[in-house]
Design a protein around this ligand. Structure first.
Ligand code: COA
Length: 339
């Protein structure tokens, strides 16, 4: 397949890791500049998959050099679009990476995404496609997603500066609850807590893993075991345990995404324990632990429709630094599973 005279769009499985490395280096520089996020561990994981020649996706090749790529992963009958990226200016050595993505890179990203969507929409075994392209400012690829029948959800990337703000977190637990740091044995109870906390929640429209205990466990494995979102930090992550049932009432999970930045990958409170200050306390605990580890800011992402959580984050000093889109497609006539 070709676009114009010089750019070819080819199956990603034709390429081994070394040829994609310069593109990933250019992308890493943008992640660091825009989100203060070290993309290195994600890049390494991606390069390993690439070497196995099993990653579904496309590469843009210009004069023998890869200038962009896109890929997805399958989870049973769902496809998750992992990334779409083209080097600004089409040149991996371009110097001004902090500038907004110029039009040629944007056009190439749209072309790559169209190719991937065409493949997925024509794969009868795929009944759902999800995408959250965190690096891309809201609206960037919206036209392509909408054309293909996707529903878009606006999301915020919020940041709380830590410097000079640390104070010992105030711990005032309601009776019957106890607090401790994360343990590996918390995986199953945490999955039950997440499934319950996100029942009928806007985030379960975006990520169907939240709709079941099995899916929530998959989400947790990705965060805790496979560095799916930075490097998991067990000391930052805390659970609130109900003494009688030993079930979890609340949790916060944190990961390091760069030496300067911590990231809250999950915070939730069981409905019957809400509005008692648990989430505020857990956010403070995580922030103080990140600060002790040398971070100067904490970030998190939140869906614009989740107004309660945004209220909480703003009250805690988080500001919106960046917005991006989540996009979801369902094959027509596929029933939504019960939440
Ligand atoms: C968002 C959530 C974590 C808040 O937990 P919580 O323990 O009830 O929050 P807190 O009691 O610590 O609330 C602290 C502040 O947040 C804001 N807030 C929390 N819930 C709110 C609500 N339902 N409406 C309005 N403001 C709310 C208020 O400013 C509140 O302060 P106040 O009680 O003094 O007015 C909880 O509602 C939840 O688990 N939701 C589902 C999962 C989720 O959305 N997680 C966040 C994903 S980004």
């Amino acid at each position: 397949m070709t676009t114009g005279a010089t750019i070819e769009i080819l199956d990603l499985r034709h390429f081994a890791a070394p040829v994609l490395r310069p593109v990933l280096e250019a992308e890493s520089a943008i992640w660091l500049d825009r989100l203060h996020w070290d993309y290195g561990s994600s890049s390494r994981l991606l390069l390993q998959y690439l070497d196995s020649r099993m990653l579904p996706g496309y590469a843009a090749v210009e004069q023998g050099q890869i200038t962009g790529y896109t890929f997805c992963v399958y989870e049973e009958t769902k496809a998750v679009i992992g990334d779409v990226f083209a080097v600004p200016g089409g040149d991996p050595d371009a110097s001004d990476l902090s500038a907004a993505v110029p039009v040629p890179a944007r056009a190439l990203e749209e072309t790559l995404l169209r190719h991937l969507l065409e493949t997925l929409l024509n794969s009868p075994q795929v009944d759902r496609i999800e995408s959250q392209l965190l690096l891309h400012p809201s609206g960037t690829l919206a036209g392509v997603f909408r054309e293909a029948g996707f529903r878009l959800f606006h999301r915020l990337f919020m940041v709380q500066p830590l410097e000079g703000k640390w104070s010992r977190p105030h711990l005032d637990l309601p009776s019957g609850l106890e607090l401790r740091t994360w343990r590996d044995e918390d995986l199953n109870p945490a999955a039950r807590l997440i499934a319950e906390s996100y029942s009928n929640h806007p985030d379960s429209l975006i990520n169907d893993q939240y709709r079941s205990i099995h899916g929530s466990l998959r989400f947790l494995h990705n965060i805790v075991r496979y560095a799916g979102c930075g490097v998991f930090s067990p000391l930052t992550s805390h659970v609130v345990v109900e003494r009688t049932s030993r079930e979890l009432a609340a949790l916060v999970l944190g990961s390091r995404v760069s030496p300067q930045s911590g990231h809250i990958t999950q915070i939730c409170v069981r409905p019957e324990f809400r509005r008692q200050g648990l989430a505020r306390m857990l956010l403070n605990l995580a922030a103080s632990q990140f600060m002790l580890q040398g971070a100067s800011e904490v970030s998190l992402t939140v869906t614009a429709a989740n107004t309660e959580a945004i209220e909480l984050y703003r009250a805690e000093g988080y500001d919106c630094n960046h917005t991006f889109d989540a996009a979801v497609w369902r094959r027509p006539d596929t029933p939504e599973p019960l939440s």
